[in-house]
Design a protein around this ligand. Structure first.
Ligand SMILES: Nc1ncnc2c1ncn2[C@@H]1O[C@H](COP(=O)(O)OP(=O)(O)O)[C@@H](O)[C@H]1O
Ligand SMILES: [Mg+2]
Length: 370
């Protein structure tokens, strides 16, 4: 019976064409480790080249879901590593395409007492990653939890400004004491270094500095530790995730994010190191007029699309909020400056959902929108 289901799943997969190579995904050798169990749970690895349309993941998922008897579909997206991968634009002479370089696992640092360690990440900058990290931290602190926030975005460390913090953190007994603002303990590389230095730093230096931070900061006992990661999915991010022992992550995106591939690569980074993605937070999703009308300014659906591709929930859609940047520039996250505003209400709700999610509850909560 499983054999029959297996065949039907294979057939469904063969119906998905990869237009880049002009073959279906099975013939193109993109499917590996296909497994179908007695309960109809299907899992396989999908070798997705950088040049391939990321939408193939969703197409495959829905093709397999449509097969009678399939109860669940798990897709592990990987970049192919063998010769010939990434074809098109490689150097002449037929040298094998670059395989993903093995990332040496940095020594994880033992961080007892930091509570739930959650990374806030994004495929690219400017989507509101720091805004989300800052407001979630404050909202969690407002509900009486002990919260730390590490601004690890060396390329654009804007957390201090969002909290109105300008002073250097003090050093006591050879340990750095985080600055407390709006009930959150903060550390940012932006507070510690010369303004323009990071632009010239390379990955290994960044990794060293961040590890030092993790060791030398006296965080005390926390319930939640949020990490505002640098945008992107390079080695700096990866080693940070590993050395900070990040346990879970959320990915922030915007509705018009065309490059679902960015988000996919972000999720893959977390997958490589076994860190689950709790879900997607879509920011700047719509605008609520003073009379309460909801207007979608950008083309919509980016967050849902990314969530579908990854098989994780879309946690929330945060509206565009007039005045948000001005408040932030004056050191007031929106949940403090205008707690009743549509964006602040959604952010407070996300904090609640995070709490129940990390506690292993409430996984099927509806998407929060304003
Ligand atoms: N929902 C929103 N409504 C209005 N402005 C926003 C919203 N989210 C973020 N912003 C503004 O967009 C800019 C980029 O946000 P930021 O959090 O710094 O992005 P990132 O950390 O991803 O680079 C900031 O000026 C911020 O105030
Ligand atoms: Mg930022």
């Amino acid at each position: 019976m499983t054999d029959d289901l297996n065949a039907r799943v294979s057939d469904a997969l063969s119906s998905v064409q990869n237009p880049r190579v002009g073959k279906d995904v099975v013939t193109a050798g993109m499917i590996q480790d296909l497994q179908v169990d007695n309960d109809g749970r299907v899992s396989f690895t999908f070798l997705l080249d950088r040049m391939d349309p990321a939408t193939l993941v969703r197409q495959m998922r829905s093709a397999v879901r449509g097969v009678d008897g399939v109860s669940d579909v798990k897709v592990k997206v990987q970049e192919p590593t063998g010769a010939g991968a990434g074809a098109g634009g490689g150097p002449p002479g037929g040298s094998p395409a670059r395989a993903a370089p093995p990332t040496p696992a940095p020594q994880p640092i033992d961080l007892p007492g930091l509570g739930h360690i959650i990374a806030v990440s994004s495929g690219k900058g400017g989507v509101g990653k720091s805004t989300v990290a800052a407001n979630l931290s404050v909202a969690l602190a407002q509900s009486g939890l002990r919260v730390g926030l590490m601004d690890a975005d060396i390329y654009g460390p804007n957390i201090p400004r969002m909290f109105g913090v300008t002073e250097q953190p003090p050093v006591r007994n050879q340990r750095i004491i985080p600055i407390e603002a709006h009930g959150v303990k903060l550390i940012s590389l932006g507070l510690m270094i010369e303004r323009d230095a990071p632009a010239i730093w390379r990955g290994p230096i960044i990794t060293k500095i961040l590890q030092q931070f993790l060791r030398d900061v006296d965080w005390g006992e926390l319930d939640y530790f949020l990490v505002d990661l640098p945008p992107g999915t390079g080695d700096a991010q990866l080693s940070l995730v590993q050395s900070a022992q990040v346990r879970t992550s959320v990915i922030v995106t915007t509705p018009q994010e065309v490059s679902v591939g960015d988000g996919l690569r972000g999720a893959k980074m977390f997958e490589r190191v076994g860190v689950p993605v709790l879900g997607i937070i879509e920011n700047m999703s719509f605008f609520v007029t003073p009379s309460g009308e909801r207007i979608e300014i950008f083309s919509s659906g980016g967050g849902q699309r990314l969530a579908d591709e990854l098989g994780v929930p879309l946690i929330a859609q945060i509206p565009l909020q007039a005045g948000m940047t001005e408040h932030a520039d004056q050191g007031k996250p929106i949940v403090i400056a205008e707690p009743e505003s549509p964006a602040a209400v959604v952010l407070q709700d996300i904090a609640k959902v995070l709490r129940s999610k990390v506690a292993g509850k409430g996984v099927s909560l509806p998407v929060i929108t304003g």
